[in-house]
Design a protein around this ligand. Structure first.
Ligand code: SF4
Length: 321
């Protein structure tokens, strides 16, 4: 994940929750993709602070840094080495067809893309394969990148072997049911820059205040009007954070006995309740930033050891050993 500072509930639903549930069954590696921020901005003023803030949210939401190393990409130089090798294994044409890149060019209104931006799925491939990742927990928008990673791994394995063995696994994407949570304004993506998200660190009052502006069925103007929950964002949030009351909400909405304000406040309360333990843990970590830094340093040492093991195999297979 790129270091974006404090995370929003879209990050939790699209990624973090999935990571937490996977950490008992898999050896996870949690990468702070700080080099990736350069693809869209050269302003690195807050990159360190944002990394620390993001790590706090990860741990607060249940990532166990002892089981699963947490580390900055820029502290493990093997990422850049493998990226260089992988960049020879894919064509420019293939990268230009990447739908996520096209979406970014449109959303950010870019006039052109840098060489590094075009190739960022190649750096992601290095991020995954350096740890011989065989499952990649991603949102739907990242699936094309996993396909590029598979292509690169296959290409490398065809070209090079070590003592008759393939070096890289062919990874699979692992997607959650709620791979993407729309923003409060109804836009497909929740994003900090669009200001349409609820932060994991937001207290209940703030969640309620943001929820007042949430997109609902525009035809339901007042209590008594029947609504259509299927086109209402708040209902989608209820499905995620208040599943036990979902039938009651649906019935109240369609019959008109439930008004949008009450429905929104109930939903905000459930979201606040869901993240209450994380907010408490966050406050503890904020009071002990030294511990967070130690966690990152420990993760960086462990990631570096795993990455060097892979790179020594790669160099030997390629006769650069
Ligand atoms: S009552 Fe609830 S589910 Fe129905 S339109 Fe209003 S906010 Fe949405």
């Amino acid at each position: 994940m790129r270091p974006t500072g404090s995370l929003h509930i879209g990050h939790y639903v699209g990624a973090l929750e999935n990571w937490v549930s996977l950490q008992d069954d898999y050896q996870n590696f949690h990468l702070i993709a700080d080099y990736h921020t350069l693809t869209t901005s050269l302003d690195t003023t807050n990159v360190y602070k944002d990394s620390v803030d993001m790590v706090i949210d990860w741990i607060a939401c249940g990532i166990d840094p002892v089981k699963s190393p947490i580390f900055r990409q820029s502290k493990v130089k093997q990422h850049t080495e493998l990226h260089l090798i992988f960049s020879m294994l894919i064509t420019k044409n293939r990268l230009e067809k990447n739908p996520t890149l096209k979406e970014q060019i449109r959303d950010l209104n870019l006039q052109g893309v840098s060489y590094g931006h075009l190739g960022y799925p190649v750096l992601q491939s290095a991020d995954i394969l350096l740890y011989k990742g065989n499952a990649v927990p991603v949102g739907e928008d990242q699936v094309p990148h996993v396909e590029i990673t598979r292509h690169i791994a296959e290409h490398f394995n065809q070209a090079f072997e070590l003592n008759g063995k393939k070096i890289f696994p062919i990874p699979e994407p692992k997607i959650t049911k709620f791979a993407r949570l729309p923003g409060l304004d109804g836009k497909a993506k929740m994003s900090k820059s669009l200001g349409n998200g609820i932060l994991l660190s937001d207290p209940e009052d703030e969640i309620k205040s943001k929820m007042k502006k949430a997109f609902t069925d525009p035809a339901k103007l007042r209590k008594g009007d029947p609504g259509n929950p299927n086109i209402c964002l708040v209902y989608l949030y209820h499905q995620k954070f208040n599943p036990e009351e979902e039938p009651e909400i649906r019935n109240g909405c369609t019959t008109g006995t439930l008004g949008c304000f009450d429905c929104k406040m109930k939903c905000a309360g459930k979201i606040a309740e869901h993240f209450a333990p994380a907010r408490e843990k966050r406050a503890e970590l904020e009071a002990n930033i030294g511990r967070v830094v130690e966690i990152m340093e420990d993760g960086e040492n462990r990631a570096r050891a795993a990455a060097e093991q892979t790179m020594s195999e790669v160099r030997e297979a390629m006769r650069f050993g």
